[in-house]
Write a protein that binds this ligand. Structure first.
Ligand code: NAD
Length: 516
């Protein structure tokens, strides 16, 4: 692997660049200082410090947001769309600034950080169109002179809890839809990326100030850890709680929201596989696997964590992947040419290390990778080599999501149904793909008897979804859907209306209730 160590930026250089980017987005740095250091994974050094909210602050934000809701819900949806349009324009103007912050706070390579901001711009465009398409159905009534229809209304305040690895896009997926649907948003970002949140919100605040009829309190950020998130979870003033993060977090959050009969949208962990069949175009498969498995240093929910390859081509695929892995440039994510940045923190590295060891104990053999990089140059940053491990079967470690660039290679001998069974035999159900030139195999994979995941792709990898489709997964991934298609319906309440213009009062199902 190609080690780019000579160019890691100094603590001062990185912090100055991030601070300047935040200021250009409209953040007043004096207002955010506090006693919680924000550490850059690029060099393990502090960027700045921020203040954390307490639960009383969260309750006050929820009250303000509910006041804003009473006003915003009556603003026509296309006018609400104009606010999101303006947000999209400001995001376009500040694309590089936000990308700088994403890279500084979570270590993404510049191209992926810019791609994340592009997703924000894309969802604003989608939501603008949506603001004129919040359609309900009209159904035929069984009674003469009656009409049956459904209408969609704003739901209430949306609480967004986001994970570190998509520190701005997840907020925008929720916020762009929520705003056009008539809902204010309160965002609890990951504790590792607060400035990304403050900068995104500063841009939205600017758009709000420029928009007539947009009330104060439409968008708020509450900074803090799990306890601040929990204050959103437990408060009945949050109508929809959209939480993105680990399955562990979802196990706590889901039941708490359900207990108060709130609505939740859970986007949790994945354990995504690609099946490679004998008819696959291996050039395509190699490119698709390398980006999905090693990109973002393995820190996407859709990262490819398993490759299920037919034994007749297993060795060839592994050797071709190994050759590419050995050339992957690791280092400063802001340096041109780098493809693999750091892990988010030491805990993540410990998880990587433990998984490599457990895989060995469970019969695995490391083909390439498995070790730390740049430990001498940056002892407090955690760079690792993207890792391929061949496994004899789907053991415990393979069934677990380790949030690092480890991909397990499994083989199958029979037909594609054997590979599909392996794909589905894990607790998570986010993303999946098949590389094949056989139409029957491809169709089977996306059929009812195929992949059980929320995302099932053909001849592309598991990651890199577009905003136009609904995004989310099944089983321990939580079942939520956000972003495109009809995901907007989670942000609205549906009312069924029966309208009687007949002058009589016939009861449904022929019930007779006439009083003599
Ligand atoms: P995490 O679960 O540690 O934290 C996510 C967020 O939840 C943070 O803001 C955190 O403060 C908050 N949180 C944690 N415990 C909480 C609690 N008890 N109550 C309320 N809030 C709580 O996850 P992470 O390490 O930031 O992100 C990585 C994980 O997120 C991976 O498992 C990844 O697969 C998952 N993820 C899923 C998706 C998806 O769309 N399915 C997208 C991105 C990340």
């Amino acid at each position: 692997m190609v080690n780019q160590q000579s160019t890691l930026p100094s603590a001062t250089e990185l912090a100055e660049r991030a601070r300047a980017a935040a200021e250009r987005c409209g953040v007043d740095l004096n207002q955010v200082s506090g006693d919680h250091d924000v550490i850059s994974p690029i060099n393990g050094q502090p960027l700045y410090s921020v203040a954390w909210q307490d639960s009383a602050g969260v309750d006050a934000a929820i009250k303000t947001a509910n006041d804003a809701f009473l006003q915003w819900r009556t603003v026509p949806a296309p006018v609400r769309g104009a606010l999101v349009k303006r947000l999209g324009e400001l995001l376009t103007e500040h694309k590089d600034d936000l990308a700088e912050l994403v890279s500084a706070e979570v270590g993404k390579i510049t191209s992926e950080a810019r791609g994340e901001v592009q997703e924000m711009i894309d969802i604003c465009e989608f939501a603008l169109g949506l603001s004129r398409q919040l359609y309900g159905k009209t159904m035929v009534s069984e009674r003469a002179g009656h009409r049956l229809m459904e209408t969609w209304h704003p739901l209430g305040v949306v609480g967004v809890i986001s994970a570190f690895n998509f520190p701005v896009a997840v907020w925008s997926w929720n916020t762009a839809l929520a705003l056009v649907c008539g809902d204010p948003v309160i965002w609890k970002p990951s504790e590792t990326a607060p400035m990304c949140a403050l900068a995104s919100n500063a841009l939205l605040q600017r758009a709000i100030a420029e928009t007539e009829d947009a009330p104060e309190g439409l968008s708020q950020v509450v900074i803090g850890g799990a306890d601040v998130g929990q204050a959103l979870v437990e408060n009945p003033g949050i109508a929809l709680l959209s939480a993105t993060g680990s399955t562990r977090m979802g196990r706590t959050v889901g039941p708490l929201v359900a207990e108060r009969f709130g609505r939740s949208l859970l986007e949790l962990g994945g354990n995504n596989a690609a099946i490679v069949t004998p008819s696959a175009d291996l050039d395509l498969a190699v490119r698709g696997i390398v980006f999905a498995a090693a990109g973002t240093a393995g820190q996407r929910c859709t990262t490819m964590r398993r490759v299920i390859v037919h034994s007749s081509i297993g060795e060839e695929l592994v050797q071709r992947l190994k050759a590419v892995y050995e050339r992957l440039p690791i280092g400063d994510p802001q340096r041109e040419g780098t493809l693999i940045g750091p892990l988010i923190n030491e805990r993540s590295f410990t998880g990587f290390d433990a998984a490599v060891q457990q895989a060995g104990e469970q019969g695995g053999e490391v083909v390439v990778g498995g070790a730390r990089e740049l430990a001498t140059e940056a002892p407090e940053a955690f760079y690792v080599q993207p890792t391929l491990i061949t496994m004899p079967g789907q053991s415990e470690v393979v069934r677990t999501e380790t949030f690092a660039p480890i991909t397990y290679v499994l083989t199958y001998d029979g037909d594609v149904t054997e590979a599909i069974a392996l794909n589905n035999d894990v607790p998570q159900g986010l993303s999946s793909s098949i590389f094949t030139s056989d139409l029957g195999e491809a169709e089977l994979f996306v059929s009812a008897a195929g992949s059980d995941c929320g995302i099932a792709n053909v001849n592309i990898g598991t990651s890199g979804a577009e905003i136009g489709g609904a995004f989310g997964g099944e089983k321990e991934t939580g079942g939520g859907r956000e972003s495109g298609s009809d995901a907007w319906q989670a942000y609205m309440r549906r009312a069924t209306n029966t309208i009687n213009y007949s002058g009589a009062l016939p009861l449904a199902q022929g019930v007779n209730f006439d009083v003599d």
